[in-house]
Design a protein around this ligand. Structure first.
Ligand SMILES: [Zn+2]
Length: 215
């Protein structure tokens, strides 16, 4: 398969490499869309503490299940998206939750696997989605609802962060929200807040970004 490979910090190359093989409890995903975020560019330009080289980056992936390998994965790597791992079938469209939490540290034990101190992340510790195929634990798969385009579903993780911020801020109808910057996260946050009935004031020096956030 073709893949983007980072061999050393500062650059990347397009390579032909064997497709990954799923192990017990994992699925082979044919990648449809992979999000490119600032973290990916930072990873390539200056590296990252969690990065092990060589590596195929890409941590925001939507694709189609092409192979399911049943079996129990390591039970202490317990993060799940809620769906029964045994329920996935070939041909389903899925979003891949990129993190695998340890299941044993204090945040994990109180249900905050997203704060795991030993989080293993797709695109950093294991190969990610800038490739034709990627392997992911069945527990990490989230079904993409019918009618939601791949290009929209790939925003699941950053959009979830925005929704979480609005919930923590207890934003409600009629509130006024200030958003600093209309990059991808600022734009998602603005749109989510408007949908919740808030008035949003955005500061953004870049004219194209201003136009996009106003659209
Ligand atoms: Zn943990």
């Amino acid at each position: 398969m073709e893949a983007v490979l980072v061999r050393e910090i500062g650059g990347f190359e397009l390579v032909d490499m064997p497709a990954p093989r799923p192990g017990p409890g994992e699925a082979l995903i044919e990648v449809s869309v992979t999000g490119l975020c600032r973290t990916d560019l930072k990873l390539i330009e200056v590296g990252h503490r969690d990065l092990a080289l060589p590596r195929v980056p890409g941590e925001e992936v939507v694709g189609v299940v092409r192979e399911v390998c049943p079996g129990t994965e390591d039970e202490d790597r317990a993060f799940g998206a809620g769906a029964d791992p045994a329920s996935f079938e070939v041909g389903e469209r899925v979003y891949v939750y990129p993190g695998i939490s340890c299941g044993g540290c204090r945040p994990c034990l109180r249900g905050a696997g997203n704060l795991c101190r030993d989080m293993r992340i797709m695109g950093f510790h294991r190969d990610g989605g800038f490739a034709e195929h990627v392997v992911a634990p069945l527990r990490s798969l989230v079904r993409v609802p019918r009618g939601l385009a791949d290009e929209a579903a790939v925003f699941a993780e950053p959009f979830s962060c925005c929704l979480n911020a609005l919930e923590l801020g207890r934003l409600s109808d009629g509130d006024v929200l200030g958003v600093w910057g209309a990059g991808p996260a600022g734009t998602l946050l603005t749109r989510a807040a408007v949908l919740r009935g808030a008035e949003v004031i955005v500061t953004e020096p870049d004219e194209r970004r201003r136009e996009r956030v106003e659209a």
